[in-house]
Design a protein around this ligand. Structure first.
Ligand SMILES: [Zn+2]
Length: 382
């Protein structure tokens, strides 16, 4: 069968300019054949809304293209909506775009799914996102035990596995609101993230099942909480948010502390810190960049479980390990400076990311409170 819809053979296609509702769409071998192709391509996908686009013919401007194909699009759209119950055309934000190429081959481009949630990371061994072993380009080699990763499994991978399985998607992108160092824990209510799922076959996911499956493989390493379907805008919001964070730093001091250590530490609240890029990130960020960051709150908890603990709420982008040590004078003031004793941050926990995710309507997501505070945290063994 010859499908000829494009200009050189347009007379074969009979379409009325504005098919009135209730009137059968124009039928004919071309139309029926194309419709069958589209329905075949749509078969694996769950969708509620779609839009049809035709590849533009050479020499056609957008207006002419639109004019010539509008009636056909409307007719196809109505017929698809009639044959697949619950499905309708939507030009703004379709679940799926149907593309008809000039050779009349049909392809489908499902919109990505966006899942919003929070994660807690209890392990100091796993990263939030995949850390690819660059020597083997993530393909796996003896050095990385054929995992393709330098350390892992990451939260992104642990979550992607059940999501891809249940959605039929092809791959994921993980957008978190900032990130902690691999050896830091993410506690409190967890860190907000958006998981972007490309080419999903299904759009309604059993999110509780996703969380269960995540938990089965993550064990005690991490938790995922409050998973919700969200929007592309949430992805932008999470990527551009600059949120204050509260940290708990476990400190090792090189000498005896002054008697008024608590007051000295508390006096850091409200101070602005001048930080040069730390040595450890210079290879990534470049040398000599200065940044000013504000310390919002600062409290000295003294000795907890035989270790010294300092908690601080700081502006987005503060290097906290360097805020403790002073980084050889590259961060000023620092905790070590105000205490008058060389200090280093032996371990770090993020206690709170101060940001309200747009997908969590007020009161609609219940983040279990049990882990909001860790008053008796054991000293991390790792
Ligand atoms: Zn490798």
């Amino acid at each position: 069968m010859v499908l000829a819809l494009y200009p050189q053979a347009r007379p074969r296609l009979q379409v009325t300019e504005e098919p009135a509702s209730g009137i059968s769409p124009p039928m004919g071998p071309s139309f029926e054949g194309l419709l069958e192709r589209i329905l075949e391509v749509l078969r694996p996908f769950e969708l509620r809304t779609f839009v049809i686009g035709f590849e533009r013919a050479e020499g056609y401007d957008r207006c002419r293209h639109e004019r010539e194909f509008r009636a056909l699009k409307v007719a196809l759209g109505e017929e698809i909506a009639r044959r697949i119950p619950g499905v309708d055309a939507d030009f703004d934000r379709p679940d799926l775009r149907i593309h008809v190429a000039r050779d009349l081959s049909v392809s489908a481009q499902p919109a990505p799914l966006f899942l919003g949630g929070r994660y807690r990371k209890h392990s100091r061994e796993i990263p939030a996102t995949r850390w690819i072993h660059h020597a083997c380009r993530g393909r796996g080699c003896p050095t990385c035990s054929y995992t393709g990763n330098l350390c892992g499994p990451s939260i992104q991978e642990l979550l992607s596995e059940p999501v891809l399985w249940l959605s039929g998607g092809e791959r994921t992108l993980f957008h978190a609101l900032g990130r902690e160092d691999t050896d830091a824990r993410m506690l409190g209510r967890g860190r907000p993230f958006v998981l972007e799922v490309h080419r999903p076959l299904r759009r309604t996911l059993p999110l509780e099942r996703v969380q269960e499956l995540f938990q089965e493989s993550a064990g005690d390493l991490a938790e995922v909480l409050g998973l919700r379907l969200t929007t592309r805008e949430a992805r932008s919001a999470v990527k551009s948010a600059a949120a204050e964070k509260t940290y708990r730093a476990w400190i090792e001091a090189a000498g005896p502390l002054p008697a008024d250590a608590a007051e000295r530490a508390r006096a850091l609240a409200g101070r602005t810190v001048d930080q040069a890029s730390p040595e450890r990130v210079e290879h990534r960020r470049g040398r000599g960049r200065q940044r000013l960051r504000r310390i919002v709150e600062s409290s000295w908890l003294g000795e907890v479980e035989g270790k010294l603990v300092w908690e601080a709420r700081v502006e987005a982008g503060t290097y906290v390990k360097e805020l403790v040590s002073g980084d050889g004078g590259r961060t000023r003031p620092s905790l070590a400076e105000v205490l008058g004793v060389p200090c280093r941050c032996a371990a770090l926990d993020v206690l709170e990311v101060h940001w309200d995710p747009p997908w969590e309507g007020v009161g609609s997501v219940d983040i279990p409170a049990r882990a909001t505070h860790y008053p008796h945290l054991p000293w991390p063994s790792s």
